[in-house]
Design a protein around this ligand. Structure first.
Ligand code: PRX
Length: 635
């Protein structure tokens, strides 16, 4: 028997050692014993990071929805698979059993087929956190269509870019969405996006809000009548292990968003195995991850990981502040949540409200608390540990990325002793390395460097959609024969890892990855803007906030600066979404540049951090005089 469920530290070390010494045997046992295959693999792993090319379970055939739904029906048919908690607390929660999920997914799959979607087609899903989102993801997987979920907070321009990049034939959306006290016209955003997307032939619209919307004849169709007519059984498409399961976009430091492509078999095995261990899920537990399915956390740890384990997974439509800041805790009490997984930015926002709203609710069901998306600072860690976990529920600070598909560095609760701000130890099968700037691996403990992974793991992204060269350049070129994460990390005296943050031009704001270049491009669209540079600075709730330095064109006329700031943020909202708005905008006459014309972001970052004591040698700059001017006018 494989050690599917790790129960103590000695066992962790033993299994970890096996996973490193005999990775193929290790993963083969896990795959063999815990999943349903139509055909077993010929070869567990082949890899070459110089190309890069990685395959897991080559030759195997399967369908991930058989693993997530069908195989549970005999033993868990009436168990709740998805527990939907609506935005409005007065609307009843919905318990969708595995039997019901089976029927919903099969019907939806038949609708997709009837609309001409076949294996390998790309389908864009732009939906709020309502059951149709999880169901449509699974329906695509059922028929072998590649889903590309776009977070429903992205703007129409951002949506159009993603639809076109992967040439989606269909968009699945809803008439609108509820988010706290707001109602958002999602269909309107889709209509705007589709003005520039000739590839989209069909739009399926789920009904969520009561309002009249525009339906374009020949393109748009209401979903429900199609589902009502669909047959309740759809034979699963038999997929090869390496067939793409989905595309999910993530920001890069330059250029357009990267469509990370995830495989079927490797992704499934790793998402399921990490879910089981990182949350120590037991059969009757209720598990809740507060992320949106529009991000990788939702893909792996709301949908695929939990369902592959036959778990009950909560899907929450709303926001932590509605109707008040006690909502999360109310839901924990109401559904007796056992595992709760959220982001540091949410913890910080809730901690600001004090503990009154926490104490109102009974949180005694909680066994494990999770954190993801950005470094968790010590204060937030302790607040979470003391007030939510009551010092009894271990915090799993899980480090991973869209690209990694699953959790990579994390404590295992009740197994790994935790340490505030440390993601602690590599998960089973993960081989991290810290590298210095010259490309050498830094051995030993109490060191810091750039975080790489030196051996493949089953759920790693296989490529960037349509651009394998970019995949190679971004992740496999900085350090020979290693996957480079873009993060810095340190390793303490016992080998625990602490992630220190990005070492590139990606800034994590409220747990969302934002590349500076696309935001600068948006700012530069403003007719009055000549040039801009964006950096991050520490923010007590968001983790980081954005600081923009903007040079205006010299037109001779004076403009109201606050109006300009609003207009610039409006353009950013239109191009990317409100998450990328700048908190501070400083107008300046110049930006510090090297003699080759490169903006010295290091200097701008220090000024934004209000740390101008040691700016280094600025005399070699092309324009050293602007530095003092920027400092004098800093916000
Ligand atoms: O910088 C790291 C940070 O989030 C980045 C990945 O972002 P994304 O692809 O959007 O995926 C987020 C959810 C998995 C990483 O490169 N990050 C993620 N988790 C942590 C973290 N930084 C510190 N600690 C974490 N636990």
């Amino acid at each position: 028997m494989s050690n599917y469920h790790i129960k103590h530290l000695e066992e962790y070390y033993q299994v970890y050692r096996k996973s490193v010494r005999e990775p193929e045997n290790f993963w083969e046992e896990i795959a063999e014993e815990h999943f349903m295959w139509r055909k077993k693999w010929d070869n567990v792993l082949s890899w070459d990071f110089s190309k890069p090319e990685v395959t897991w379970f080559e030759g195997a055939q399967l369908n991930i929805t058989e693993n997530c739904i069908d195989r549970h029906l005999a033993t868990r048919g009436n168990k709740t698979a998805i527990l939907f908690e609506p935005n409005n607390p007065n609307e009843a929660a919905l318990h969708i059993s595995y039997n019901q999920l089976y029927e919903r997914v099969n019907k939806f799959a038949n609708v997709l087929k009837a609309q001409g979607i076949t294996k390998g087609d790309r389908v864009c899903i732009y939906l709020p956190m309502i059951p149709e989102l999880a169901v449509s993801v699974l329906a695509c997987a059922r028929i072998g269509a590649i889903h590309s979920v776009v977070f429903a907070g992205f703007s129409s321009t951002a949506l159009a870019t993603r639809i076109n990049d992967s040439d989606c034939k269909m968009v699945i959306t809803s008439d609108g969405s509820y988010r706290g006290a707001k109602t958002i016209n999602l269909k309107g955003i889709v209509d705007d996006a589709l003005k520039d997307c000739p590839c989209v032939k069909t739009v399926l619209v789920a009904k969520r809000i009561e309002s009249d919307i525009n339906m374009e004849a020949g393109r748009d169709q209401w979903l429900q009548p199609l589902l009502d007519e669909a047959l309740p059984v759809c034979a699963p498409e038999i997929m090869n292990a390496e067939d793409p399961l989905f595309i999910l976009y993530t920001s890069g430091s330059t250029g357009k968003p990267k469509g990370m492509v995830h495989s079927t078999a490797g992704y499934m095995v790793y998402a399921a195995y990490t879910f089981k261990n990182v949350f120590q899920y037991r059969e009757n537990d209720v598990y809740w991850c507060t992320a949106d399915i529009g991000w990788i956390t939702g893909h792996s740890y709301i949908v695929y990981g939990p369902l592959a384990n036959g778990a009950t997974t909560v899907m929450f439509e709303g926001v932590p502040s509605y109707p008040d800041f006690g909502r999360f805790w109310e839901i924990v009490e109401k559904h007796k949540v056992n595992q709760f997984y959220t982001a540091p930015t949410a913890i910080r926002a809730l901690a600001k409200q004090g503990t009154e709203l926490v104490e109102k609710y009974n949180l005694s069901s909680l066994k494990t608390l999770g954190s993801v998306g950005e470094p968790i600072n010590e204060e937030a860690w302790h607040w979470y540990n003391d007030n939510i976990g009551k010092k009894k529920s271990p915090i799993v600070d899980t480090w991973w990325q869209t690209e990694t598909g699953g959790i990579m560095i994390t404590p295992i609760p009740f197994v790994t002793p935790t340490k505030p701000t440390y993601a602690t130890l590599p998960f089973i099968g993960i081989q991290p390395a810290l590298m210095d700037e010259n490309g050498n691996e830094i051995k030993g403990n109490q060191v810091d460097g750039r975080l790489c992974i030196k051996f493949p793991w089953p759920s790693m992204a296989r490529t960037i959609w349509g651009n394998h060269q970019r995949y190679k350049d971004t992740y496999f070129s900085a350090f020979e024969n290693k996957y480079f994460t873009g993060d810095g990390a340190l390793r303490d005296e016992v080998g625990y890892y602490r992630i220190t943050g990005r070492v590139d031009d990606v800034i994590i704001v409220s747990g969302h990855n934002l590349g500076t270049a696309p935001i600068e491009d948006a700012v530069n669209e403003h007719p009055a803007v000549a040039e801009s540079a964006i950096v991050g600075y520490p923010h007590d709730v968001k983790g980081n906030a954005l600081y923009g330095y903007v040079i205006l064109k010299d037109t001779g006329e004076s403009r109201d600066q606050n109006n300009l700031r609003n207009e610039i943020n409006q353009i950013i909202t239109e191009h990317i979404g409100p998450i990328a708005k700048l908190d501070k905008i400083q107008f300046t006459s110049g930006l510090p540049k090297t003699r080759s014309g490169k903006i010295m972001r290091r200097i701008l970052r220090k000024i934004a951090h209000k740390d101008t004591s040691n700016l280094g040698d600025t005399s070699t700059l092309l324009n050293p005089e602007v530095v003092q001017d920027i400092i004098d006018n800093a916000l």
